[in-house]
Ligand binder design. Structure first.
Ligand SMILES: *[C@@H]1O[C@H](CO)[C@@H](O)[C@H](O)[C@H]1NC(C)=O
Ligand SMILES: *[C@@H]1O[C@H](CO)[C@@H](O)[C@H](O)[C@H]1NC(C)=O
Ligand SMILES: *[C@@H]1O[C@H](CO)[C@@H](O)[C@H](O)[C@H]1NC(C)=O
Ligand SMILES: *[C@@H]1O[C@H](CO)[C@@H](O)[C@H](O)[C@H]1NC(C)=O
Ligand SMILES: *[C@@H]1O[C@H](CO)[C@@H](O)[C@H](O)[C@H]1NC(C)=O
Length: 414
């Protein structure tokens, strides 16, 4: 009897165990099924993650066309590409609407190359094509202007909670992430590319440029493992001379003064050598954005001598217009540096926006931007004296630079 009882207990245990196993698998199965439906539900609720085949043949058809020679055409049907209130990342220098600019005509211009037409911008298509990629803008405040524009162009397609903007501490890096696409659009502050006394992203106001002509590594170590590099460097070279610190000397008072062109040429050499040795050009595409126009001398487009971009609402219509603040010699130095790299087997495509920005006297912030120091009474009595005719309102002209840039990035043949 006792034995039977023990046997009974034993059988009960076995039954119990089998039961447990069945229940265990039942629960796992239920969870798996739920998970399956949940994921599919998620796909249906957020069409953003649906597989999407971009039609990039529109970009491929641009092969052989000179995109940089053309004219501006008013097109309030396709432009602006986004509304300023829909982009939370437009700040201080570029937020013309928030700082009182009321006209919007300047946002409604399409760049029409003479030999072809740019495909219509489609943020989902572009994000899909950039999937898994990291794009890094490196340079000065005009390059940051373009980076903010790129983020604004892409972010409209991404729902809240699926994007993230971050400032990386101790590195001059801002990073925007489109989480579902695993896309990162970043900006690194390096206005002279090499080390200089202007390296602090905010505290860099000085009239005395001091440049460590051969020291690039401190910055450039942050530029590797990137799929698309987008450089610029122009604004900070517009002083007649720069002070060049001697590499081998730790004494920061030992410098040579050279003219800006010579300094620029030396820095382009340092940059080229770095790019040649440190970048895997099978993985990484490199671009250089050429200098952009400033509109400080109204007399060049038929205004008075002391007038500038303030209150301008229409582009210049004169073909081949050129404003005297654009230093053609700097463009030639850039062009020849890129040609030299090409002979070494490294392709860096110049995004030649110099001519197309010449016409756009209407598209600067002028007085409609954040002013970092309070305006004096003298300034206030003469608004054109503090008008910003260097940066560009968003939405606006930089959106077109990005359309041009993307038309290369997304093309099969570069
Ligand atoms: C893709 O774009 C090209 C050029 O714009 C067009 O001719 C073609 O019909 C498009 N293909 C599809 C599948 O939409
Ligand atoms: C840039 O584009 C303009 C307009 O097409 C052209 O005149 C100029 O020669 C180009 N410059 C360089 C360096 O490619
Ligand atoms: C677009 O511009 C045309 C003239 O180019 C004008 O007649 C029309 O009213 C404008 N439409 C909007 C919505 O601003
Ligand atoms: C740096 O100093 C060395 C030796 O003092 C000198 O030979 C060299 O030309 C200097 N370089 C620059 C860029 O001034
Ligand atoms: C360069 O990048 C390509 C493509 O990602 C990769 O296949 C190759 O191994 C890389 N080469 C080196 C030396 O890392």
């Amino acid at each position: 009897m006792r034995k039977n009882k023990q046997l009974g207990k034993y059988i009960w245990d076995v039954k119990n165990m089998v039961g447990s196993i069945i229940i265990f698998f039942f629960i796992i199965g239920t969870l798996a099924t739920l998970a399956y439906y949940y994921v599919n539900l998620d796909l249906e609720q957020h069409p953003v993650v649906k597989l999407y085949t971009p039609n990039t043949s529109a970009y491929d058809s641009l092969d052989g066309c000179d995109l940089f020679s053309g004219r501006w055409v008013h097109d309030n049907h396709s432009y602006p590409l986004y509304k300023d209130l829909d982009c939370p990342y437009i700040f201080g220098d570029f937020a013309c609407g928030q700082y009182g600019r009321l006209d919007s005509n300047y946002q409604q211009w399409r760049w029409q190359p003479h030999g072809c037409t740019l495909p219509r911008f489609d943020s989902k298509q572009v994000l899909e094509k950039l999937r898994g990629k990291r794009v890094l803008f490196i340079g000065d405040s005009v390059n940051r202007n373009q980076w903010v524009s790129m983020v604004c162009m892409l972010q409209t397609a991404i729902p809240l909670g699926r994007k993230k903007m971050q400032k990386i501490p101790k590195v001059s890096l801002l990073t925007f992430k489109a989480l579902e696409y695993d896309v990162s659009i970043d900006f690194y502050w390096a206005p002279l590319l090499v080390e200089s006394n202007g390296d602090h992203p905010i505290k860099h106001k000085t009239n005395d440029r001091i440049v460590r002509i051969k020291s690039i590594e401190h910055h450039a170590k942050n530029w590797v493992n990137v799929d698309v590099l987008v450089f610029n460097s122009y604004l900070w070279w517009r002083t007649p001379t720069v002070k060049i610190l001697n590499e081998s000397s730790q004494d920061s008072k030992q410098y040579n003064i050279v003219n800006n062109h010579r300094g620029y040429r030396m820095v382009m050499k340092t940059w080229s050598d770095w790019l040649y040795t440190h970048i895997n050009h099978t993985r990484t595409q490199s671009y250089f954005i050429s200098m952009t126009a400033t509109h400080h001398r109204g007399i060049e487009w038929g205004r008075k001598d002391d007038e500038n971009c303030l209150d301008e609402t229409e582009p210049v219509t004169q073909d081949e217009f050129w404003e005297s603040g654009s230093d053609l010699k700097m463009l030639r130095i850039l062009d020849s540096s890129l040609n030299k790299l090409k002979t070494r087997g490294v392709k860096v495509q110049m995004i030649n926006i110099t001519q197309l920005t010449q016409y756009r006297k209407d598209a600067h912030p002028s007085i409609h931007r954040l002013h970092y120091s309070p305006l004096t009474n003298k300034q206030l009595s003469n608004p054109s004296s503090y008008a910003d005719c260097t940066h560009w309102c968003l939405p606006g002209v930089p959106d077109v630079w990005n359309e041009l840039l993307l038309s290369y990035i997304l093309r099969k043949r570069k």
